[in-house]
Design a protein around this ligand. Sequence first.
Ligand code: PLP
Length: 414
Amino acid sequence: MSNTGVADNILDVEKIRKDFPILSQSVRGKPLIYLDNAATTHKPNAVIERVRKFDAEEYGTVRRGAYKLSENATQLYEDARQKVADFMGAEKKGEIVFTSGTTQAINLVAYSFGKRFVNEGDEIIISNIEHHANTVPWQVLCEERGAKLKVIPVNDDGELVMEEYEKLLSSKTRMVAVNHISNALGTINPVKEITEKAHAVGAKVLIDGAQSSAHTKMDVQDIGCDFYTFSGHKMYAPSGIGGVYGKMDVWEEMPPYVTGGDMIMQVTLEKSTYAKPPARFEAGTPPITQVIGLGAAIDYLEGIGLDKIADYENSLLEYGTRLFKEIEGVRIIGNARHKASIISFYMDAAHPHDVVTLLDQDGISCRGGHHCAQPTMIRYGVPATTRASMAFYNKPEELDALAESVKKCIRFFS
Ligand code: PLP
């Protein structure tokens, strides 16, 4: 244990940092301190090199060519799907549908599930602490189908009020869509309990896993949810790739979302029939290289161990929270009992946009804004927050530097 209280026997962070070339650069003459990992994460050499090798030596189209390069690329692409399925605890590889990320994944489910199963008078439940990606698609669906959107309230600490959730559930509920970890507050939601309660009234459940996939061990079968989304760029993989797990029997009932090549069984000028999932939901040439990179990122994460990552990041969170609670004039927004490595804070002295501009002068990358969660900001009566979001390559000394820089901001603006 170092004198910061952050356990230094869980991970060799200095060694890990050497895997991420971008972390050794300077910003404005200061060493880069990257604390915007909830927005996107950096790539380790293992991913950068795998992508380079694939493009340089193995690249080919998938699912179409009957020649060596294409056959090999198709095998690698499907191997990556298997890795994702194992990583998420899915029963079958075909339950994983690749998309460009969580936004497209939720749009796919809202459109396709909604078209088949949501009708006038039905209800969809989300929570007050969702990303816009898990809000707007359901609003659009409800408008189009004459359904009603209901919202689980949160308490002052940023936790879902479960008694209120139970009151919202009824035989009219078709879908409950909530995040596993809130990107704005860091709250870890009780997704297993949420799923059990929704299933008891016959509703389906979508878990937005954009923030959780790289921070906690996932097990979609244990959670029991019907859909679980993820974004590769938030789990050390390239951008432009993500996806959604769905139970095969639910996928099979759903119509396509995007149509065109690769998602069909047969096309005549009069009529088309559709392929089985997952192909039914992957029209067109997919982001082949990015899928290979995603597979490499999963290998890398598993090499370190999700349990160790979670333990180390929790330790960082505890340390950072202690530091921030001691800074006068700073209020942490989101103090849930179960939290992931996100500290969102507000100071009356300055708007978060000004705060992050000053932090940047010290080489610190933090996010200031509404984090695509405006209803959450409204709930806590703030226009925006400054958010420090940590990854396993962050060090306690970086949080010390952040705290000092924040104190400097307070002096500057007071
Ligand atoms: N859901 C949550 C909780 C997020 O944090 C984000 C991105 O920040 C998204 C959805 C959208 O993910 P993407 O931009 O990768 O589609």
